[in-house]
Design a protein around this ligand. Structure first.
Ligand SMILES: Nc1ncnc2c1ncn2[C@@H]1O[C@H](COP(=O)(O)OP(=O)(O)OP(=O)(O)O)[C@@H](O)[C@H]1O
Ligand SMILES: Nc1ncnc2c1ncn2[C@@H]1O[C@H](COP(=O)(O)OP(=O)(O)OP(=O)(O)O)[C@@H](O)[C@H]1O
Ligand SMILES: [Mg+2]
Ligand SMILES: [Mg+2]
Lengths: 252, 252
């Protein structure tokens, strides 16, 4: 889940898609690569103090299996938390060997057989944390907020994706774009949505995630919107999006 | 204008406060430190292709006076644009001499006598671009979105501010907090606002910026909301906020 534009719904989409997929019986791991630890918070996984976290995996070669936690009351859903230590990782990684491939190696060493999905939530930048995610994955999912600035940084993101594919990860594809915070009352939202669909065609999910207060309230209860308010427009949209992604995965 | 949480209104606040201050006869410069160049876009200042930009000032020692442009139809308002080249600056700055103080030196060499305000729009990270802004300035303004994740990263930001004050810029103070995207219909917004006020007291502006579609539409016309829709709740709130900031500045 990457997009260097801030506040577009990377964390919200990671958390709610993961929850929706796990409610369909899938086994899902969310890796929190954002030093702010928003995904860890939303999934009620401890990430303050001496908690073993993704920083120790990337910089300290600790096995991923030692930091993965079960998400309370959500069977089949796991989270690898991020603590504040991760804030120093971008600078510390610059001088390490194989700095771009540390997450890939950690996932390869992890007994991931029992998992159906791994979702990686990235910070709003194109630094070494996001590069580690792009090297570790086969599919990139880009959440795009239906607001004017949304299209401005896309070119930069796609150029970086091409660079990673050319030099570090030939399997990397942009598989999915999700339109988020769509506010049907504004012309701006439909203009942005139309523009994205005309550029990216079928890569864009049919399901559009509406702006919904219940979505933004859920993290304050340490829950995904899927369990906080399953009947809300936001929860139903994320359930549809999860189903669409699962069908696409099955078709590959 | 700094906050590593993405999408909280850093750019929107920089642009609209700058416009409001210039409409009161103040001479204002906006420095765009975000490689996405959203502030440059909102102010209709060219920032694609070979435009001289902030990257050349930070990494190439080009004088700031050579890149500053007038904002069309807004007398007294100027912008130092950011192009995509700035995306490489964080890594390139790591190995340069006086890497944290490059912006401060550029502003010191700039004939800023005629300016009343310089507003620096930062990217959503705590890397060397934001550090350059914190070293170059006396006053830090933090926009805080009235949403749950807003409080999560504040501790990290304030710790970094303390580090900069201790080692690089003893004059740095957190002077102003602006509450943004306040949606009166939700309990969450008032809960976050109350929490911020109880933590930070008078540092928080009395003026709260409401969520207003007209604010998010303005950049698609290359305007601030101040000229796009002066009667909107968003424009009036930014006008009040500018007045409050000007009174505070006069009182110092
Ligand atoms: N569909 C939605 N409806 C309403 N609010 C939403 C929706 N999706 C996300 N939000 C809210 O918008 C804000 C930004 O979302 P989020 O934090 O997920 O974005 P992000 O891209 O992860 O941000 P960052 O760039 O800081 O990592 C959050 O406060 C979130 O609760
Ligand atoms: N008061 C408001 N009402 C409605 N929409 C707003 C308001 N303020 C900002 N927005 C919209 O919210 C989005 C995020 O705002 P903005 O881009 O200014 O945040 P930012 O902190 O600069 O983001 P980044 O972290 O990417 O730099 C934009 O699409 C903007 O138009
Ligand atoms: Mg996030
Ligand atoms: Mg911005």
């Amino acid at each position: 889940m990457a997009n260097q534009k801030g506040g577009v719904g990377k964390t919200t989409t990671s958390v709610n898609l993961a929850a929706a997929l796990s409610m369909h019986g899938q086994r899902v791991l969310v890796i929190d690569l954002d030093p702010q630890g928003n995904a860890s918070t939303a999934l009620s996984v401890e990430h303050r103090g001496d908690v073993p976290d993704v920083y120790q995996v990337l910089v300290g070669d600790r096995p991923l299996s030692e930091i993965v936690k079960e998400v309370p009351e959500m069977p089949g859903l796991y989270c690898a938390p991020a603590t504040i230590d991760l804030a120093g990782a971008e600078i510390e990684l610059v001088s390490l060997v194989a700095r771009e491939a540390r997450l890939r190696r950690a996932i390869a060493a992890f007994d991931a057989i029992e998992l159906d999905y791994i979702l990686i939530d990235c910070p709003p930048s194109l630094g070494l944390l996001t590069v580690n995610a792009l090297v570790a994955t086969r599919e990139l999912l880009i959440p795009i907020q239906c607001e004017y600035y949304a299209l401005e940084g896309l070119g930069q993101l796609l150029r970086n994706v091409d660079l990673v594919r050319a030099h570090l990860n030939p399997d990397l594809i942009l598989s999915t774009i999700v339109l988020t915070m769509y506010d049907g009352r504004t012309r701006l939202a439909s203009q942005v949505a139309d523009e994205v669909r005309s550029h990216f065609g079928d890569t864009v999910l049919n399901t559009v995630i509406p702006r919904s207060v219940r979505v933004s309230e859920a993290p304050s209860y340490g829950q995904s919107v899927m369990t906080y308010d399953p009947g809300s427009s936001g929860a139903m949209a994320y359930m549809d999006a999860a189903r669409e992604i699962a069908y696409r995965a099955a078709a590959i």
